[in-house]
Design a protein around this ligand. Structure first.
Ligand code: ATP
Ligand code: RIB
Length: 294
């Protein structure tokens, strides 16, 4: 069982030819609502590949909340650990999409009700996990509390430190895998990427967009090339990488093979619109791994 403890958002996506400058109004092309949130996205990514996945999270008691829960169930994610807040609205992400790139503002709402005491309430479910996945869209005290709990229970943790603003140096000690992108890596470690990687062998995995991902194996820098593809929407590429990486690790893949599997899955995800729209099945990923698109 993979347990994702993290956010669930409704993504309010606007497609536009130009991002507006401060004080400017532009006309957009399209408005859509699609399920998102880094936690939910990573849960769906792992479940679509065939993983057994449960979420510990919170949505509002509103129409977005219901839709978000239905979406998780439709993707075979166990939602018995998702609480419904009567006090706060479901989390949303305001996403501006332009030219394959995005700008995102998250309003956390009910996600901030994933408190340390809620983690304690869910301890028996969490105990069943082979791996726990965390991101930084729930309260930061909950992250440290969960990391300490998992360390006590001997459960490995994949921490995707996004958004990186909430990262705390105390996290690393309890983290099995840390998966920032290049910008997040610099923000977190405040040093060049090579030095950060060398300080955390086989533990720090930096995603490199279309170039794939890299880590240091204690002896050499390992660069695992990405797969070439036509990009429609990169929203959720990182989440697909993390969900797929977690799935592969739980399946027993070695680190390099797990990163390769995650690159293949994420390259498929960017070919379709929406964070979860392009998330692949295991058969899709195996076909891409067997292709010659690197
Ligand atoms: P995002 O915020 O867009 O979800 P991210 O910034 O967290 O992503 P990236 O390093 O940009 O993380 O991408 C994560 C992974 O997705 C990469 O390691 C790679 O495997 C895959 N990926 C991203 N962009 C592309 C692309 N243009 N072509 C192929 N694969 C891609
Ligand atoms: O990583 C992409 C996700 O970040 C979006 O789905 C959005 O909800 C934000 O949380």
């Amino acid at each position: 069982m993979i347990t994702v403890i993290g956010s669930i958002n409704m993504d309010l996506v606007v497609q536009t030819d130009d991002f507006p400058k401060q004080g400017e109004t532009v006309l957009g092309q399209l408005f859509t609502t699609v399920p998102g949130g880094k936690g939910a996205n990573q849960a769906v990514a792992a479940a679509r590949l065939g993983g057994q996945v449960q979420m510990v999270a919170s949505v509002g008691n509103d129409s977005f909340g219901l839709e978000l829960l239905e979406n998780l169930q439709a993707n075979a994610v166990d939602i018995s650990g998702v609480r419904q807040s009567s006090e706060v609205a479901s989390g949303i992400a305001n996403i501006l999409l332009s030219d394959g790139d995005n700008r995102i503002i998250v309003v956390s709402g009910a996600n901030f009700e994933v408190t340390p005491s809620y983690i304690d309430e869910m301890q028996e479910s969490i105990r069943k996990s082979k791996l726990v996945i965390l991101q930084l869209e729930i309260p930061i005290p909950t992250i440290l509390h969960t990391l300490e709990l998992c360390s006590t229970l001997n459960i490995p943790v994949l921490l995707n430190p996004a958004p990186a603003g909430g990262y705390d140096k105390k996290f690393m000690r309890y983290t099995t895998y840390l998966t920032p992108n290049e910008t997040e890596c610099e923000q977190i470690f405040g040093m060049d990427m090579e030095s950060a990687l060398e300080s955390h062998p086989n533990k720090l995995i930096v995603t490199l967009g279309s170039a794939g991902a890299r880590y240091y194996d204690g002896d050499r820098h390992i660069i695992v090339e990405g797969f070439k593809t036509e990009v429609v929407d990169t929203t959720g590429a990182g989440d697909t990488f993390n969900g797929a990486f977690a799935f592969a690790i739980v399946e027993g893949y070695a680190l390099k093979e797990a990163v390769q599997f995650a690159n293949a899955a994420a390259s498929l995800s960017v070919e379709k619109f929406g964070a979860q729209g392009g998330m692949p099945t295991r058969t899709d990923v195996e076909a891409r791994l067997g292709s010659d698109q690197r």
